[in-house]
Design a protein around this ligand. Sequence first.
Ligand code: SAM
Length: 266
Amino acid sequence: MIRGFKLRHFIVACGYDNWSYTMKLDDIKYFDYGKIENKKFWRRLGTKPDFNNKKVLDFGCGHGSLALEIAALGAKKVIGIDLNIDLISFAKGNLDQNFPVLKDKVEFEVIDLLKTDKFKDIDYIVTKDTFEHTLNLDKILEKFHQILKKDGKAFVGFGPLYNFYNGDHGRTEAYLPWFHIIIPEKILINRLNKKYKKNFFKIEDLGLSKYSFKDYIRIFEKSKFKVTYFKTNFSDHPLAFLFDLLRKVKIFEEYCTYNIYSILKK
Ligand SMILES: C[S@@+](CC[C@H](N)C(=O)[O-])C[C@H]1O[C@@H](n2cnc3c(N)ncnc32)[C@H](O)[C@@H]1O
């Protein structure tokens, strides 16, 4: 039994509901899994702010699980944005169908933050598992800084980082640990283009930002934010401590750091 899989979802999945034709079972499972992942997100950040009456932006909201949780916690307004049309369609449909009481205060939108001036006076920005996919992160942080209120905060958690053993999220199909950084990029890309008849030019075309751990540190430090919390390598895996040990050796740090949890204050 899938955790959190409800009768409503079963009805949808079986096609006994008109809306079922637009809601895929995988999306429902992913959305439900979000409830577990959201708990980890806050635990790893060491805090969960009081969202009561706050205006919040969820950057890279995906299926919308975190945005809905924040709205249910009393936020005045939650805007979830993402570049992925399918995920935003799911998030909107799910909101309409399953969370009607939150409809007045939640919005989901496909929008490029760097191409809009419509957001301002945001109390909190949350962004979960998105920065490892986000290009032009320096400009995104500049925009975060611009749209947040004075003393506003960004709660950021993401991974795996590109230089970790599975940092390609399986997308290069290099299969063996760290092989996506050992095999030349050109070979990986050509192989994918041939196999899937695609026209990728670089790793970034696979939806990965390819930033190293050092890049993130540099970008955070160069931003206008005060970094009030910065921690790495949170995992519930029993063998994760091995990477923690290894990353203490300077030359292994880049390859054994897998995630970052940080709070940025304006
Ligand atoms: C792994 S998903 C995480 C989704 C969600 N936050 C979660 O935790 O389930 C990463 C998301 O970031 C989105 N994304 C990447 N770059 C983005 C950008 N510049 N603006 C908005 N969304 C972006 C992707 O479309 C994708 O939906």
